[in-house]
Design a protein around this ligand. Structure first.
Ligand code: GLV
Length: 332
């Protein structure tokens, strides 16, 4: 289910999933586009069929770019342009070993993703998912002085794990809501930014044990797999909330479900899951979990900007230029 379009000349560009028309229009100007048109995610074999013979591959975060993908594409492939900021779906070293440039879409989705993280903070602390379920299930309810009380966030500490662009954008929002900001990161952020955000750098241990809300905003890679597991959840306050808008496998979902069920932590807000689109069955039973289907960058404007940036990256490489947002190649 692909659509070949355009001018019939120039390089062949494979697009492994539906992307906004803005991006397709740019790609169609640059070459012969073969795009997956179904809303369903293509199988591995279907992806390999689309990319076979392509000079550029525009990929979604559901596309695994590994040696098998690169073999299927062939030696003419020059660029893999991911339409996502996260690139854990791409073996960047394998691409580099074959001279293939990999790119992602940082920046354009920062604000939308920070909005979703802030929304999840408010939804979990104020029990909005539970409240919505009461109304929709037509469960009898009555306003009451002690009915469905949540926790206020003013003056509370937000601990941000991973202070990149999205972490900083979340810090700005949370500060405006009166929260104090702590963060842990591989390196402290620039002093001027730290001062602007009123942010205090901490070790992960200290951040987990002192924060009222912990938000995961770091990239997913082998060093962050299950960064938050049973031991880390045990160090959090029983009144604390965990938010994850980064990648599911950074949190051990089974351990999180156990911590939510036993009251080890107060609640969680998740936009991402370990085995999307599957969700751990025990999480589905947790009233104190807000669960949404990977919506971080899901606005019309943001998705269009992501498609344009990915197209820009692919086109620049195809024309021998430098792409605006290449993914750094890991050392070694
Ligand atoms: C979304 O999750 C992205 O990485 O762009």
């Amino acid at each position: 289910m692909t659509a070949a379009a355009s001018n019939g000349a120039g390089p062949r560009i494979a697009v492994t999933g539906r992307i906004p028309q803005e991006g397709l229009d740019m790609l169609n100007e640059a070459g012969l586009v073969d795009a997956w048109v179904s809303l369903e995610v293509p199988t591995v074999q279907q992806v390999h069929d689309i990319v076979h013979g392509a000079h550029a591959a525009v990929t979604l975060l559901t596309t695994k770019v590994d040696d098998a993908f690169l073999d299927a594409a062939g030696p003419q492939l020059k660029v893999v342009a991911n339409v996502a900021v996260g690139y854990n779906n791409i073996d960047v070293a394998a691409c580099a070993a074959r001279g293939v440039i990999a790119t992602n879409t940082p920046g354009v989705l920062t604000e939308a993703t920070a909005d979703i993280a802030m929304s999840l903070i408010l939804m979990t602390t104020r029990r909005l998912g539970e409240g919505e379920r009461v109304i929709r299930s037509q469960t009898p309810w009555q306003w009451g002085m002690f009915y469905m009380l949540g926790s206020g966030i003013q003056g509370r500490q937000l601990g941000i794990v991973g202070m990149g662009d999205i972490g900083c954008a979340l810090a700005r929002r949370a500060k405006a809501f009166g929260m104090k900001i702590a963060y842990s990161n591989r390196r402290p952020v620039a002093p001027a930014l730290e001062a602007e955000l009123g942010a205090t750098v901490m070790s992960l241990d200290e951040l987990l044990s002192t924060s009222d809300v912990v938000s995961i905003n770091c990239p997913y890679n082998p060093t962050t797999h299950h960064l938050i597991g049973a031991a880390e959840l045990a160090t959090m306050k029983p009144t604390a909330f965990l938010i994850n808008t980064a990648r599911g496998p950074i949190v051990d979902e089974a351990a999180l479900a156990a911590a939510l069920n036993s009251g080890e932590i107060a609640g969680a807000g998740l936009d991402v899951f370990e085995e999307e689109p599957k969700v751990h069955p025990q999480l589905l039973q947790c009233e104190n979990a807000v669960l949404i289907p990977h919506l971080g960058s899901a606005t019309l404007e943001t998705r269009a900007a992501m498609a344009r940036l990915a197209a820009h990256n692919a086109i620049n490489v195809l024309s021998g230029g430098i792409p605006p947002t290449p993914i750094p190649v890991p050392a070694g």
